[in-house]
Design a protein around this ligand. Structure first.
Ligand code: ZN
Length: 309
């Protein structure tokens, strides 16, 4: 090997190290994801594994899982290293974390971390003021007008409604159209304006600080099916400092990975993957998959894997 060649290799190595940003694995180029679970009023035993399957099967992420103690258990040992990850997926609704873990989480957020708030993770921690700014809207767990206004759309425009009342409800599970609200956002770009989501709950009457940055999708909560009768925010990003926060309210977990239509929906999986890439990197490079749902037809992806074509 000539000296010039050696120097070139050294220079290339330096350049590679310089270009390395965030926690992405230097060899694989995959983004590092952490799923936080362990307590939930939902079937977290299935959901956290399915989220890992969706992320890892895409080839874009390397996903770790961290579980808390069971409900009522000793939480003192729960100290995940959030800072080691490009994106943290919250699949948790349960007991408060230790104060140091709250602080480490907020440090990660304030340092511009990537967060996904998945489904009932927005039920969590109704009394933790800063966490509620991270999720923008939440439901249940004693939320009322004190938590912030209701947020819904009238004629496509956001309404902040301070009417007193509980936060969080949903009608019966059904298939429903997802209405895009921001075609230019990297997560939404290229996806159909309307697509049919597989059977799922539709959260409505959610309340909170309502610091939504970009509303990406909404859905109409039909009153005759137990809904609010309003156009409800379902997928959005949150305005919180440098953090990239993706909040996805859809994706109620079924009893098993096999009987799990809301998470098997190719639309849900696509949004989760695009939201995770955006939260990790600020960009979305994934193409629109060939099995994406249409305005009238649901599309299930039971193997949680993006089709090759
Ligand atoms: Zn649910």
């Amino acid at each position: 090997m000539t000296i010039t060649r050696k120097l070139l290799i050294i220079a290339a190595t330096f350049l590679a190290a310089f270009l390395f940003i965030g926690n992405a694995d230097a060899k694989s180029g995959k983004q590092k994801a952490l799923v936080v679970s362990g307590q939930n009023n939902h079937n977290w035993e299935v959901s956290h594994k399915v989220i890992k399957l969706i992320l890892d099967n895409s080839g874009l992420f390397e996903t770790d899982i961290v579980l808390t103690a069971p409900a009522g258990g000793d939480m003192s040992g729960f100290h995940p290293d959030f800072s080691a990850y490009d994106v943290v997926v919250l699949d948790y609704n349960g007991d408060r974390w230790p104060a140091e873990t709250d602080a480490a989480f907020m440090e990660y957020v304030n340092n511009g971390g990537g967060i996904i708030v998945y489904h009932a993770a927005d039920n969590a921690f109704s009394g933790w003021e800063e966490f509620n700014k991270v999720i923008a809207l939440g439901g249940w767990e004693g939320r009322t007008e004190k938590s912030g206004p209701y947020y819904y759309l009238v004629d496509g425009k956001p309404v902040l409604d301070t009417t007193p009342g509980p936060g969080g409800s949903h009608g019966e599970q059904r298939e429903y159209p997802m209405n895009a609200r921001n075609a230019k956002h990297p997560i939404v770009k290229g996806l159909p304006e309307v697509w049919m989501h597989a059977q799922d709950e539709m959260y409505d009457r959610m309340r909170g600080p309502a610091n939504i940055k970009d509303l990406l999708y909404s859905g109409f909560a039909i009153e005759s099916r137990g809904g609010s009768g309003r156009e409800e925010p379902l997928v959005f990003t949150v305005d919180y400092g440098k953090a990239r926060i993706f909040h996805i309210m859809i994706g109620h977990c079924g009893p098993t990975a096999e009987e799990n239509p809301a998470m098997q929906c190719a639309g849900f999986q696509t949004l989760l993957l695009r939201g995770a890439e955006w939260a990790a990197t600020g960009k979305v490079k994934q193409p629109v998959p060939s099995d994406f749902p249409t305005a009238s037809a649901v599309s299930l992806r039971p193997d949680y894997t993006v089709p090759a074509k």
